[in-house]
Design a binder for this molecule. Structure first.
Ligand code: SF4
Length: 702
């Protein structure tokens, strides 16, 4: 509408979990985007991706109209086709034969409707999300320790800390504005120490006093040793441990078994004893310590245990719930946390409720339905396994490109090719996944969507539209509500605005909660449409006790477990299988600074492509020489799953025995660059998160 294109509006960047505020305006002359000085996440800062947002608003390549069986059509026909297709499969094979696969790109309102449709009305928990690929181990670790999927602290804690530990995180590239804040804080407080724990020497190490280039997959040993160390030097917070935690003896026993001494830790981790001892001493000396962790910790077969090993240390030393102290999960996607709030994960219900009989009953009464799923559904990789096995016969994929981003991506693509009904909602017309669709639904994109997201510090922010969707594109919540009505669920899906969805979501968070679940935004349930539109960023919980939001959780030492105590979890520090065990190199997949996911929105922007113009493989000089690979040459990287081509980068910062390859490139951008085709679908047994950093591969000259 003309009003929408008048702008500027205050909205949020869609490219990472920092969730920076931007001021954006659109019109016939193009869009303009600036950092929002009033947003607490960034106070006006932007990174290269955020600064290029206006360049990504190119309607070329957009999916503009619904497509059924290869023919463009109108919405009524397409929605009828989706509803008829789902109904036919359910009638023939039951609800377990249909599934939704969602994305941290969806807004919370979209996610809420998706989860309600599947778990509340179709009666199956066959819904999962690409957030499983980045955050599931952190979620599982939080739940084991705190009794809830709750990030204790806030961005400002790192600025107030005397020691910041970055574990498995290249924040300089993946969470750049948070990293800029850390750089500024370090400048203001030269006594602040920064330690980076990462097998690679990344851009983040430029800020580090110490870089611990540990062997891949040995994080748990390092953190177990850090649990033992303060115990032996009498540096445990005895009062905090006694009053607010449980499980310390069991956790210590397990830690001692894998990390009996500093020299044993050093040997296991491929570090020197002096490096390990210096890190432990720095941790013990600084009460105000924040450990920020990300995919390098989570994306492992032992991801949940690695998270637990970090949380154990923070709990044992009382470094939690205080200004400048705490473990801090850096969320990958802009709304990975919002999706978790509404049950986007197959093993969770909406409003952070577990799949317990009580919660199922509560949700059934709130939603006025009898069909609430009561068994966890398959997690992302397992969901696509079921498609490959023919058990799931209809899948609806939204705002994600699993034919590129899931492990064993070739198998995923083949499974979708054989699936009876594939529906894809996307803003982009041509991706590896849309190519497999029977029905394509044009979704509204960033700049057109209207709703909320939650960033890494639990801050709920509005995403506001400032341009009209092109063609026939529609918001995801609208599309799903219309399909739900066609399936006969009209009473549960009366929504005509995202505000209406948000009010219901907020009301559910407080429904029979009584403080049992920290995720409670019931103070926002009564927002009028105008108040919702004007909602300022606010950190949950936002309830009667905290009407202005909550910067820090657990500051009273009371956790969300039944007895209010946090739990230390015994961690056995087995090294994940595949990490360099067969003479191949360990394949570490990750991001480059200026691309986003599978490049469908950033790949055509010239200024973003300059930084890393083509797929590359970074190797240590010793490995490159041994394999006959020269810097700048083309390499073929292969294993028994497939192969990719990449440009060789000889890099002294690469740990010997490992190779780093970005995962962004796919069909339209590099014919043989889908590195996730080489990643085996090995999963963390607790979280179901794939081990995307521990495949093995053999590079050779091409
Ligand atoms: Fe966007 Fe993340 Fe960059 Fe902020 S740090 S501008 S949210 S990509």
């Amino acid at each position: 509408s003309e009003q929408r294109e008048a702008g500027p509006v205050r909205t949020t960047c869609p490219y990472c979990g920092v969730g920076c505020g931007v001021r954006a305006a659109g019109g016939p002359e193009g869009a303009a985007v600036q950092g929002d000085r009033r947003h607490p996440a960034n106070a006006g800062r932007l990174c290269s991706k955020g600064a290029a947002l206006a360049d990504t608003l190119d309607d070329r390549g957009r999916l503009l109209r619904p497509v059924v069986a290869g023919q463009e059509t109108d919405w009524d026909t397409a929605l009828d086709a989706v509803a008829d297709g789902l109904r036919t499969v359910i009638d023939r094979h039951g609800p377990e034969a249909v599934a939704l696969y969602c994305s941290g790109q969806l807004l919370t309102e979209d996610y809420y409707v998706a989860n309600k449709l599947v778990k509340g009305y179709l009666g199956t928990a066959n819904i999962d999300t690409n957030s499983r690929l980045c955050m599931a181990s952190a979620v599982a670790g939080h739940k084991r320790a705190f009794g809830a999927d709750a990030v204790p602290g806030a961005y400002a804690d790192a600025e107030e800390a005397d020691l910041v530990v970055l574990a498995g995180s290249n924040a300089a590239w993946t969470h750049p504005v948070w990293f800029q804040r850390l750089q500024a804080a370090r400048k203001a407080n030269p006594a602040m120490q920064v330690v980076v724990i990462d097998p690679r020497r990344t851009a983040t190490c430029e800020l580090a006093d110490r870089h611990l280039a540990l062997a891949p997959g040995t994080d748990a040993v390092l953190w177990n040793g850090l649990l033992v160390h303060p115990a032996e030097s009498d540096a445990f917070e005895a009062d905090f441990l006694r009053g607010h935690t449980g499980g310390v003896e069991e956790a210590l026993r397990a830690a001692r078994a894998s990390a009996p001494s500093i020299s044993a830790v050093a040997e296991a981790c491929g570090l020197s004893a002096a490096e390990v001892a210096a890190f432990y001493a720095a941790f013990a000396a600084n009460e105000r310590t924040v450990t920020a962790f990300s995919q390098g910790v989570n994306q492992s077969e032992r991801g949940t245990d690695q998270v637990s090993a970090i949380l154990n240390v923070h709990l044992a030393t009382g470094r939690i719930g205080r200004p400048g102290a705490g473990p801090f999960s850096l969320t990958g996607q802009p709304n990975a946390m919002g999706g978790r709030e509404v049950g986007g994960l197959a093993n969770q219900l909406a409003a952070h409720m577990e799949l317990t009989p009580d919660a199922v009953d509560r949700l059934a009464r709130f939603w006025e339905t009898e069909a609430v799923a009561d068994e966890p559904g398959p997690k992302a990789v397992e969901l696509f396994d079921r498609i490959a096995e023919g058990r799931i016969k209809a899948v609806w994929i939204m705002a994600t490109n699993p034919a590129v981003s899931l492990p064993d991506a070739d198998r995923v693509r083949a499974a979708l090719g054989d699936c009876e009904l594939v529906v894809v909602s996307d803003c982009v017309a041509r991706t590896d996944t849309t190519a497999t669709a029977d029905i394509l639904l044009p979704a509204a994109a960033w700049g057109e969507k209207d709703g909320t997201v939650t960033n890494s510090e639990r801050c709920i922010s509005r995403q506001r539209p400032f341009r009209a969707p092109p063609g026939e594109a529609r918001p995801d919540w609208w599309i799903m509500s219309r399909v739900a009505r066609r399936l006969g669920f009209g009473r549960g899906f009366p929504y005509e605005s995202p505000a209406a969805v948000f009010r219901e979501h907020a009301a559910l968070s407080g429904f029979e909660n009584h403080g049992a679940r920290p995720f409670d935004i019931s103070a926002l349930a009564g927002l009028s449409d105008a108040e919702y539109d004007a909602l300022e960023p606010v950190q949950w919980p936002v309830n009667a006790a905290n009407p202005r939001g909550t910067a820090r959780l657990f500051s009273d030492g009371v956790f969300a477990t039944a007895d209010g105590r946090a739990r230390l979890v015994p961690v056995e520090a087995e090294r994940p299988a595949g990490a360099g065990s067969d003479g191949s190199l360990v394949l570490n997949t990750g991001r480059v600074r200026d691309q986003w996911h599978t490049m469908t929105r950033t790949g055509d922007v010239a200024r973003l492509s300059e930084h890393s113009p083509e797929p590359y493989a970074a190797l240590h000089p010793e490995d490159a020489a041994a394999l006959g690979l020269a810097d700048g040459a083309l390499a073929r990287l292969a294993n028994d799953r497939g192969e990719v081509l990449a440009r060789v980068r000889v890099d002294v910062g690469q740990r010997p025995g490992s190779v780093f390859v970005p995962f962004h490139w796919s069909g339209p951008f590099a014919a043989r660059g889908r590195v996730d085709a080489l990643v085996a679908p090995r999963l963390d047994a607790v979280s179901g998160q794939p081990a995307s950093k521990h495949a093995t591969v053999l590079p050779e000259p091409f």
